[in-house]
Design a protein around this ligand. Structure first.
Ligand code: ATP
Ligand code: FE
Length: 350
């Protein structure tokens, strides 16, 4: 079974071909990602109109490249899977209508995929992890604990009540005059510093696994202002701020992962996904925790942790194997919480 995946929910246009191996994992035959970071750089954020237009321009070239990289023809495909939500409405509509046209032209079924389900199912693509497992999805826009019970069955156990950690990393980097994206910059800065600056760890004393990062961010800004010398931040303080912030995030994520594992009951593994999972200190803290509980720790390679179409193709394979597909009424759903049924796609935008 080989499926074409298409992703256009944010600022990356992706197309990928994935097939099922004998051992149950997926084999990625091609994985094309075309990033719009440059287009949005001067605006300090993703501009929805620019993103939608860029997706329209890049979708067919990306699919063409994915097909030729894999050396496949349309008749080799079992189905097309496309991100139908959540995300920016313009990009989603561009992707969904493109995929629908392609499905008609190539005479294959179509599957509308929840982008978060794509992230959450990636450990099964790379490591054949079996259900149920605990997933920490931690990125620029998301931070939540999910009990993954089936291809379309997810229970959200908790998550951030304000900022996502990736967003906080990016804002801290900006405040410390480091380039974007901020995560890798702050991690590099932290290597030269020590986590000696006291920072709050909100919600740790509260039951459950909800988290908060905005107070932490404010505390870093306050510590920065207090340390300015003639309007400039001494290099060593900057490094210590990076180290202290990173340590606080790792601490919060690890402590709340413990709570989430307690809530999750029987699980086969602890998995992470999302760009922030690339952080070495955070990865180490989470991996230690899993090891202490005798649970396999699964962290997909970075290219599969951030937005990509291979995870969408894989989520399509998971649903296709259950005999599911969507009809011509498949529509974009800019808001689509995962713990509602992640399968049926009725009407557009409802
Ligand atoms: P989403 O996929 O949730 O819509 P997104 O596209 O912003 O959001 P990703 O592409 O998964 O998310 O991840 C990007 C985020 O990960 C950025 O905020 C970036 O700063 C952060 N990040 C990347 N590398 C690191 C790192 N080494 N340490 C900490 N954060 C990192
Ligand atoms: Fe994403």
């Amino acid at each position: 079974t080989t499926i074409l995946g298409i992703e256009s929910s944010c600022d990356d246009t992706g197309a990928a071909l994935v097939r099922v191996c004998a051992d149950g994992r997926g084999e990625i035959l091609s994985n094309v990602v075309s990033s719009q970071t440059e287009l949005h750089r001067d605006f300090g954020g993703v501009v929805p109109e620019i993103a939608a237009r860029a997706h329209v321009e890049k979708l067919d070239l990306s699919v063409e490249k994915a097909m030729s990289d894999a050396g496949l023809a349309p008749q080799d495909l079992a189905a097309i899977a496309v991100t139908a939500g959540p995300g920016l409405i313009g990009g989603l509509m561009a992707g969904v209508s493109f995929a629908k046209a392609l499905a008609v032209a190539w005479d294959v079924p179509i599957l509308g995929i929840n982008h978060l389900a794509g992230h959450a199912l990636t450990p099964r693509l790379t490591d054949a992890v079996s259900f149920p497992y605990l997933m920490l999805l931690v990125s620029g826009g998301h931070c939540q604990f999910l009990r993954v019970e089936g291809p379309t069955r997810f229970t959200r156990l908790g998550g951030t009540i304000d900022d996502a950690p990736g967003e906080a990393f990016d804002k801290i980097a900006k405040a410390l005059a480091l380039p974007q994206p901020g995560g890798p910059q702050v991690e590099a800065g932290a290597r030269d510093g020590q986590a000696t600056i006291p920072l709050p760890r909100p919600l740790l004393d509260r039951a459950g696994c909800d988290m908060s990062f905005s107070g932490l961010k404010t505390a870093v800004l306050r510590a920065r202002d207090a340390a300015l010398v003639d309007g400039a931040l001494p290099r060593t303080v900057r490094a210590d701020l990076c180290a202290s912030f990173q340590a606080a995030v790792a601490d919060i994520l690890a402590r709340k992962s413990q709570a989430a594992l307690d809530m999750a009951g029987d699980v086969t593994a602890f998995a992470v996904a999302g760009g922030v999972a690339a952080n070495g200190a955070i990865r180490a803290a989470l991996s230690d925790l899993a090891q202490a509980r005798n649970l396999p720790f699964v962290a997909p390679p970075l290219a599969l942790c951030t937005d990509n179409a291979a995870m969408i193709a894989w989520a399509g394979i998971e649903r296709f194997r259950l005999g599911q597909s969507d009809g011509p009424d498949l529509g974009a759903r800019p808001r689509w919480p995962l713990d509602q049924d992640a399968a049926p796609m009725l009407g557009s935008g409802k």
